[in-house]
Write a protein that binds this ligand. Structure first.
Ligand code: SF4
Length: 234
């Protein structure tokens, strides 16, 4: 288990993986991160304070993730993040926030008024059918929603190489992601005990033919392994 790490490539930043209350949605078929959620606030605070104590502010950029959304962190953790930002001179702060919080993001921007707050969200794929029916992530993209997402979120997270996906879908997802969002994070799926399975043929194809084309592009980060950002629970 690692809850603090430093990302040195492309978009250098410190990253902490904190513990939060239950994910507001909690039903994505591929998600095992929510096993890290807790209702024990004392434990949450202890774990989070420890991870946050490692932040040095070396890049002035901090990413905070928590197997859910920033809205599921407790008050003491939020106050501690604020204190660390001030102490360590953090200028840019990243958080994850599920689609369902789309209309509440300003609450966080107002709370961290001294930082530039950037939000990330897991779209997983631009294919509405695959997202809702297979991945069980329950929101539909249309032009209006996409425009709003583009305004509100800086970073889009995609998941690739699961069974049932096609090469065309993956290529389209990456191209759409680059076109519509300032930053894109693409994760190659790793089996995690959920009903969603990795497609090894797609992984081989992606690593050989596609990865080399994108690996040096500045605004796209590709996680070949889900530990590539250096923070993980399992
Ligand atoms: S919204 Fe995120 S944390 Fe919640 S179940 Fe889906 S993938 Fe997991």
């Amino acid at each position: 288990m690692e809850r603090y790490s430093v990302i040195k490539e492309k978009n250098p930043r410190e990253i902490v993986l904190l513990k939060g209350f239950n994910c507001m949605y909690g039903n994505c078929a591929f998600c095992n991160y929510i096993l890290d959620n807790t209702n024990n606030e004392k434990e949450m605070t202890k774990v989070n304070f420890e991870a946050l104590s490692k932040v040095t502010g070396k890049y002035g950029v901090l990413e905070v993730i928590n197997s859910g959304s920033v809205f599921e962190l407790n008050k003491l953790t939020m106050e501690k993040i604020k204190e660390i930002c001030k102490k360590k001179n953090i200028k840019i702060l990243y958080f994850e926030a599920y689609f369902g919080y789309l209309n509440r993001l300003n609450e966080i921007r107002e709370y961290f008024s001294e930082q530039e707050v950037r939000f990330a969200f897991g779209l997983e794929t631009f294919d509405n059918d695959y997202r809702t029916k297979i991945l069980k992530k329950n929101f539909i993209l249309n032009e209006r929603v996409l425009e709003k997402l583009k305004r509100e979120y800086q970073m889009c997270l995609l998941m690739i190489c699961t069974k049932g996906q096609t090469k065309e879908q993956i290529l389209n997802d990456i191209e759409q992601g680059i076109k519509h969002f300032k930053e894109l994070v693409v994760s190659v799926f790793v089996n995690n005990g959920t009903q969603i399975e990795r497609d090894e043929e797609l992984v081989s194809w992606f690593l050989k033919e596609i990865y080399p084309k994108y690996k040096d592009k500045k605004n796209i980060e590709i996680l070949i392994d889900n530990k590539d950002f250096g923070v993980y629970v399992q």
